[in-house]
Design a binder for this molecule. Structure first.
Ligand code: NAP
Length: 489
């Protein structure tokens, strides 16, 4: 079994703690790697190295930086199958979704590389004669990145690739449950020619290593994806040092099923949204809001389909649902299954820890009906294969229930009525709305992120991703040869 050290200045070096943790396969509970834990002194070294690399990297023209990304995308494509298998072993998602995770990393790498020739500012007129005005984008400097485990390669890639093409250097801490896929992604970038020190990897618990990154005075900005609780804490700490921080956090994502919906299509969307990735997506559909006229038809069909889902090892092509990530997550989901029953919801199916003949962390796909919108199962992000069905009598009530959450990431409506579709787009408080498809399926060229408790105004992917990792500078170029005073002359 391989032991991974810290990556600093392009070299794998021993950490100063002499401590390490195990990377565990959640399907079998076998160890797949050992990972060294960084000390504060190692993080200092990583930050210093990143600043040393910043000079040359930020002066490299963006199309030159992009060439490395284009090459990295080609290598990722060549290694896609091997990486997908490793991703299933490390994180548990089924192999088709693991391929999707790698593909998303490839897509964002190519997209960000394309941005290397589109680092556009704006030009505009001046209020004075013989004066030219424009804006230019500048890199921020050394950026700290902290990522979650549910998209072990795609989410790190969403941050790393735009940040690199924009000229930043990076100190990164991946989730302790899934460090290996970030390591593999960075190995590919190095193989593609990324200079030493441009990305530095440190590992260890969020509460120590993550916090050391957040507090480090040499880090100019933090890019974080994870839970609302952690995000709030990080934002509070960044406020104290006036550190720029972009946050992508949780969701309680609704699917509305109207009385004119294609019910079979809606059932497909709920199965995919609620149980895909074992419900462990920030965009998972955990709240289904059904028009009373189609409640029975929809619920019967959903139940029938759910009962056919097969739990097991994600490497087997016939498996529909893999394990959840760890014991703490399994316990949390089991706790919510009890809370739902205690609150008075009806448990239609599931609700138990499952045993598909493997040692890992499996939970039955679970459906609650008779759910009141204020129940905890309809409010809290459970992050597991649990979905709550809520009945409403019209679209206005459906939208009210959809918006009855502290989060605002993804949302969906199934309807054949154009007006209902557009009303949902207008009224649902979310960063993403789908019409007639599930809550999941972000594409690399569109902005991704949420409102309310899901984010703090930034977006990842799409053209917005460059904004996350650049500062904008206004430039006034005076060729009049005399002192000109704005607002006065
Ligand atoms: P998490 O517990 O908040 O952890 C996320 C990352 O933060 C991990 O690397 C973690 O390190 C680190 N961390 C934990 N406590 C920290 C602290 N006090 N200071 C600094 N870093 C700290 O979240 P998670 O359980 O990994 O991920 C699930 C959450 O992510 C869900 O809420 C999900 O909705 C959200 N998510 C959001 C998006 C989005 O784009 N909006 C995408 C995916 C996931 P350790 O791993 O060592 O604990």
């Amino acid at each position: 079994m391989q032991e991974y050290k810290l990556l600093i200045d392009g070299k794998w070096i021993d950490s100063s703690t002499n401590e390490s943790f195990d990377d565990i396969n959640p399907t079998t509970l076998e160890k797949i790697a050992t990972i060294q834990i960084a000390a504060d002194i190692d993080i200092d070294q990583a930050v210093n190295t990143a600043w040393e690399a910043f000079g040359a990297w930020s002066e490299t023209p963006p199309p030159g930086r992009a060439q490395i990304l284009f090459k990295a995308a080609r290598i990722l494509e060549e290694k896609k199958e091997e990486l997908a298998k490793l991703l299933t072993e490390e994180m548990g998602k089924v192999i088709s979704e693991a391929r999707g995770d790698i593909q998303e990393a490839i897509d964002i790498t190519l997209y960000a590389a394309g941005e290397g020739r589109r680092m556009f500012g704006e030009t505009t007129t001046s209020e004075l004669k013989n004066k030219f005005c424009m804006t230019v984008l500048r890199p921020i400097g050394v950026v700290g990145m902290i990522t979650p485990w549910n998209f072990p390669m795609a989410i790190p890639a969403w941050k790393v690739m735009p940040a690199l093409v924009a000229g930043n250097t990076i100190v990164m801490k991946p989730a302790s449950d899934t460090p290996l896929l970030t390591i593999k992604m960075v190995e590919v970038l190095m193989e593609a020619g990324l200079p030493p020190g441009v990305i530095n990897l440190v590992f260890g618990p969020g509460v120590s290593v993550g916090q050391a990154i957040v507090h480090h005075p040499g880090i100019r900005a933090i890019s974080f994806t994870g839970s609302l609780e952690t995000g709030k804490q990080i934002m509070g700490e960044c406020a104290k040092s006036m550190k720029r921080v972009s946050l992508e956090m949780g969701g309680k994502n609704p699917i509305i099923v109207m009385d004119d919906a294609d019910i079979d299509l809606a059932v497909d969307g709920v199965i995919w949204g609620a149980f895909g990735t074992t419900g462990q997506r920030c965009t998972a559909a955990s709240k289904v809001i059904i028009h009373e006229k189609v409640e029975h038809e929809f619920t019967d069909k959903l139940l029938t389909r759910t009962r056919t889902l097969k739990l097991g090892d994600g490497l087997h092509a016939k498996t529909d649902i893999g394990p959840v990530i760890n014991q703490a997550q399994l316990d949390k989901i089991a706790k919510y299954a009890r809370i739902g029953q205690d609150e008075g919801a009806t448990l239609l199916t599931g609700g138990n820890i499952a045993n598909p003949g493997l040692d890992g962390y499996f939970f039955e796909p679970t459906i609650f009906t008779d759910v009141d919108p204020d129940m905890r199962i309809a409010q809290d992000e459970i992050f597991g294969p649990v979905v709550s069905l809520i009945t409403v009598s019209d679209l206005d009530e459906a939208i009210e229930v959809a918006n009855n959450t502290i989060y605002g990431l993804s949302s969906s409506i199934y309807t054949r009525d154009i007006a209902s579709g557009f009303k949902a787009i207008e009224k649902i408080e979310a960063g993403v709305t789908y019409v007639n498809s599930s809550t999941i399926g972000a594409e690399a060229h569109l902005p991704f992120g949420g409102v309310k408790g899901t984010g703090n105004g930034f977006r990842e992917a799409g053209p917005e991703a460059i904004k996350e990792f650049t500062e904008i500078k206004a430039v006034y170029f005076d060729y009049s040869g005399k002192l000109q005073k704005a607002q006065i002359d």
